[in-house]
Design a protein around this ligand. Sequence first.
Ligand code: IPE
Ligand code: IPE
Ligand code: MG
Length: 266
Amino acid sequence: MSPKPYTHPDAVPFKPLDWTGLEPPRFAGPVPNHVAVVMDGNGRWANKQGLPRTEGHRVGVDAMLDVIAGAVQAGVKHLSVYAFSTENWKRSPAEVRFLMGFNREVLHRHRDQLNEWGVRVRWAGRRPKLWGSVIKDLEAAERLTRENTTMTLQMCINYGGRWEVVDAMREMAEEVAAGRLRPSAISEKTIARHLYVPNLPDVDLFIRSGGEQRTSNFMLWESAYAEMVFDDALWPEFTRENLWRAIQLFHARDRRYGGAVDKPTA
Ligand code: IPE
Ligand code: IPE
Ligand code: MG
């Protein structure tokens, strides 16, 4: 797949997504129920073209929408996208400011489109530090799309897997202190109920673009048995076809969940 040619986004409006002409392949099994995506490589992509990192984030939104469309087409029920991590505050103030404003713009610009596709938007992340205006827009998108059932889209903004577990522990500790929860009754299910999106199904397929092979604190609890697919494409070059290829790789995996089958071959 050759990278999409770059046109300055101010000169060209975001391209409308077309559903025609590009159909998902015939998959060898049921599509993964929950796909998590680390959208990595925006900055490197932009710098490679002699542009500032922020241009990579701008172009990366097209890739995100294309992947959302491809996930809906394939029949994925839950898609989680990592848009800003609890560690991304370490970046330059200018990049952080850009990303905050930009996430709002993305929500404004595309929430009606997502709604039309039947996508239910949910925010997964921490309140502290996150701009109030971003939270407001996330909550507005959640309200607008609340009734949609085609697919849920977890927008992971100010999300960190460790913080998600810490925040769940804090809530549970408060319930214990108030006498509403018995420590001996705490199970994996209790923890899952206290995560940012309660009872989100486990991640089946975890995809990372940009060539790095690490989770960077994404979906730690939910990905315990996820199949990992690392794609070298930088995020702005990533398309729904990359997603479908990852799903094909997923189908070639043998998920054992700790079990074993005795099958001597010689
Ligand atoms: C991922 O791309 C997007 C965000 C973290 C918001 P990067 O900005 O990490 O791009 P690289 O990895 O530096 O190329
Ligand atoms: C992960 O990418 C975070 C997002 C994609 C939002 P990073 O670029 O922040 O991760 P590291 O620094 O390479 O681990
Ligand atoms: Mg990165």
